[in-house]
Ligand binder design. Structure first.
Ligand code: FAD
Length: 379
């Protein structure tokens, strides 16, 4: 086993760290306050090649490995999880699925601009009545011969308004249950496709979350990804990779909060010494560091398995479950270490605490991760 990164991985991590400090940190409090999507920053992330990190250069990507993806997600998420979720969704849920399962024409038309970061994508599975139980899709895609007619509503879609390319799961043959679901590429601007107002959220407030409405949207047959009825498998397969991204996002949120807590503990004085001299604070920092390191190793292991073409179902779910719970615990303690200052926006930790919560919910709640893991354990 090798616990060392390659020169290239270290360079990529440094580039992400520098970018986060120079481009994401300024304005992150204001973007959170005003729910402002980090459009300029996302454009620059595209220029750096971070929006199509693992896509082959042949299709406009950077050809990096999943380990590098984890490193980049951690560094960006230490500072701005609203920006890092764009990186995660575009890479894992949109580009990965298109490269792995899309037709050559779909790759030429949609994947190349997505991987170059010229446009961004959205992954549309959840509905008002289909979240964890994603099999009960109410959105329909009626087969009309040369096209599908799509009707329905999708909920909570990340990049909902800022995306140009949407991968939408819809039910074509209800009798076949989840084997009757298709994954369709829908473009912004197609007739009958409307976008609801932005959700007013607790955390990742800069991220652009919307519901989407489809009324008799004509989607050409060539926009179906994979064979008829492949949509549910497509969604589950892309979400497996997505979990590595969200696990790394949770890891970054935790690591960012820990860095701030260490720094603050060394500066803040109480009872004639710094609070870092108090064993109660030292033990909190030690526990946080230990959990963060364990979360990091789980994320890297899942990424390593993916890079080596091995199954990462269980590892990805374990990484997401553990890292998201560590993110929650760590950020709560980071606020505690900051005392009253932790409760105000200027010190960043309250935002990280609010941002941490979503990592236990999206791309499969912690309960769903436990279902996936227990299924693997009991095989
Ligand atoms: C900010 C944000 C961004 C999102 N982005 C996207 C996106 O881009 N694309 C997309 O498709 N979706 C997205 N989602 C949706 C997200 O994936 C769902 O919210 C999530 O899967 C949970 O579904 P739900 O909200 O319907 O909760 P429910 O499924 O109704 O769950 C409610 C509670 O019941 C528990 N529960 C449900 N079933 C079980 C079970 N079998 N065993 C034990 N417990 C169970 C859950 O864990 C949860 O605690 C986003 C959500 C949010 C909030």
């Amino acid at each position: 086993m090798h616990f060392e990164f390659t020169e290239e991985q270290l360079m990529i991590r440094q580039a992400a760290r520098d970018f986060a400090q120079a481009e994401l940190k300024p304005g992150v409090i204001e973007r959170d306050e005003h729910q402002k999507f980090p459009a300029e920053q996302v454009k620059k992330l595209g220029e750096l090649g971070f929006l199509g990190m693992m896509v082959s250069p042949q299709y406009g990507g950077s050809g990096m490995d999943a380990i590098s993806y984890v490193l980049v997600m951690e560094e960006l998420s230490k500072v701005d999880a609203s920006a890092s979720v764009v990186v995660s969704v575009n890479n894992s849920l949109v580009c990965y699925g298109l490269e792995k399962y899309g037709s050559e024409a779909q790759k030429q038309k949609y994947l190349i601009p997505l991987a170059k970061g010229e446009v961004i994508g959205a992954f549309c599975l959840s509905e008002p009545e289909a979240g964890s139980d994603a099999t009960s899709q109410r959105t329909t895609a009626i087969d009309m011969g040369d096209h599908y007619l799509v009707n329905g509503t999708k909920n909570w879609i990340t990049n909902g308004n800022s995306a140009s390319t949407y991968i939408v799961m819809a039910q074509t043959d209800a009798a076949k249950k989840h084997h009757g679901i298709n994954a369709l590429i829908i473009e912004k601007g197609m007739e009958g496709f409307t976008i609801g107002p932005k959700e007013n959220k607790m955390g990742i407030r800069g991220s652009d979350t919307h519901s989407l409405m489809f009324t008799d949207v004509k989607v050409p047959k060539e926009n179906r990804i994979g064979d008829e009825g492949f949509g549910f498998k497509f969604a589950m397969s892309t979400l497996e990779g997505g979990r590595i991204g969200i696990a790394a996002q949770a890891l970054g949120i935790a690591a960012g909060a820990h860095e701030l807590a260490v720094q603050y503990a060394k500066e803040r004085k109480a009872f004639g010494k710094t609070i870092a001299d108090l064993q109660a604070i030292q033990f909190k920092l030690a526990d946080m560091a230990t959990e963060i390191e364990a979360a990091r190793l789980l994320c890297l292991k899942a990424a390593w398995l993916k890079d080596h073409g091995k199954s990462y179902t269980q590892a990805g779910s374990m990484a997401k479950l553990f890292a998201s719970e560590v993110a929650m615990r760590t950020t709560v303690e980071a606020v505690q270490i900051h005392g009253g200052y932790g409760f105000v926006k200027e010190y960043h930790v309250e935002r990280l605490m609010r941002d941490a919560k979503i990592t236990q919910i999206y791309e499969g709640t912690s309960e769903i991760q436990r279902i996936v893991i227990s299924r693997e354990v009991l095989k």
